[in-house]
Design a protein around this ligand. Structure first.
Ligand SMILES: Nc1ncnc2c1ncn2[C@@H]1O[C@H](COP(=O)(O)OP(=O)(O)OP(=O)(O)O)[C@@H](O)[C@H]1O
Ligand SMILES: [Mg+2]
Length: 333
């Protein structure tokens, strides 16, 4: 992908102050993440629960809770959304950046019909748009995302749709607001596999037809590898490896990525007789993270130097990929 990045995150750190008993503590949710997404690119984000995927992505449109402390820089088309002295510019919320969530219902007002949700969305930029014109445009978008009987369904409310249909409507609403970047946080996790495949297919099609960029978060590495151009693997609030999808799944360069692959059913298969190997040990404590590589305490290959300081994310394989592992090893699958 050529040109300047659409969104560029540099050294993002996010802490949540919490109170545990009499103690005031900090949850170190994100500890220095740098990521960029080009126009029309699909970036996959994977990692175990608690690794910081949602917090990283929610920081882009400024959707973190007010008590979160975020530092670093986020630029969208060169405009600073987070930076020195810049709080989140709320005007960006929900405009050029769209978001779909794991629970399809989270994007909707349960008391608002689909037609009026579209009207409200269109009127942000065109306050004088008529209901009839809004309905026509909504129908075109709903048909584009594959919702059947779109015109008749404008009068329906969120509870009258299935999860897959709600995700389609959510995607259509993001398109209605003219988004160039869609942040999809586990958009298919709550859906059955057939619908899951359809939504992934829809996103892929929209990237091709409209050139929107997508950040696709999932626990399912196979699913991510099937849609993303590039994958970033997160753990302990850090990106541990980043690589083009095909290279990451065929030859991971970080033992954590290799572990995730070994714990997932084999690539492209729907059933397997091979034993899956869960990663041993417990996920890292975000309140008191290890001083070194966050994965070191669970890594069978770790040596003493891994626990000293957080290794740099450094280029390997001629600069096409990045790893934080200090051992220059290809782990295979
Ligand atoms: N509002 C909050 N207050 C305190 N801690 C939080 C808050 N939101 C997230 N965290 C913590 O930040 C860390 C990263 O959370 P995040 O939701 O980004 O993980 P994730 O990778 O998206 O996990 P999952 O796969 O379960 O969605 C976790 O330790 C989580 O408990
Ligand atoms: Mg999450």
């Amino acid at each position: 992908m050529n040109g300047a990045p659409l969104v560029e995150i540099e050294n993002l750190r996010v802490d949540f102050p919490i109170v545990r008993g009499a103690e005031r503590l900090l949850v170190r949710a994100v500890r220095g993440v740098s990521l960029s997404v080009a126009r029309g690119e699909i970036l996959g984000l994977v990692g175990e629960s608690g690794s910081g995927k949602s917090v990283t992505v929610s920081a882009i449109p400024g959707l973190l809770p007010p008590r979160a402390v975020a530092v670093g820089s986020i630029r969208f088309e060169g405009t600073e959304l987070l930076g020195r002295g810049v709080r989140f510019l709320r005007a960006w919320r929900g405009r050029r950046i769209g978001m779909v969530f794991q629970e399809p219902g989270r994007s909707y007002d349960p008391l608002q019909s689909v037609g009026s949700a579209f009207l409200e969305t269109f009127r942000v930029s065109e306050p004088r748009l008529s209901r009839r014109d809004s309905d026509d445009r909504a129908v075109a978008l709903l048909e584009e995302v594959g919702l059947s009987s779109a015109r008749e369904r404008l009068v329906n409310f969120p509870h009258q749709f299935s999860g897959g249909q709600l995700q389609r409507i959510g995607i259509a609403l993001a398109l209605a607001q003219g988004c160039d970047l869609l942040l999809a946080d586990e958009p298919t996790t709550a859906l059955d596999v057939t619908i899951q495949a359809q939504i992934v297919d829809l996103l892929r099609r929209l990237r091709a037809s409209r050139g929107i960029a997508i950040v696709f978060i999932s626990h399912n590495l196979d699913l991510v590898a099937g849609i993303a151009d590039r994958i970033a693997v997160m753990y302990g609030g850090l990106v541990l490896e980043e690589a083009p999808s095909a290279e990451l799944v065929s030859a991971p360069r970080h033992p954590y990525a290799a572990g995730l692959l070994a714990a997932a059913p084999s690539f492209g298969s729907h059933w397997t007789t091979a034993a899956l190997a869960p990663i041993p040990g417990r996920v890292c404590d975000p309140v008191a993270p290890e001083p070194g590589c966050p994965f070191a305490p669970r890594c069978s290959l770790a040596s003493r130097e891994c626990a000293v300081a957080i290794p740099e994310l450094r280029p390997v394989a001629g600069g096409r990929r990045l790893t934080r592992c200090i051992k220059d090893t290809e782990y295979g699958r």
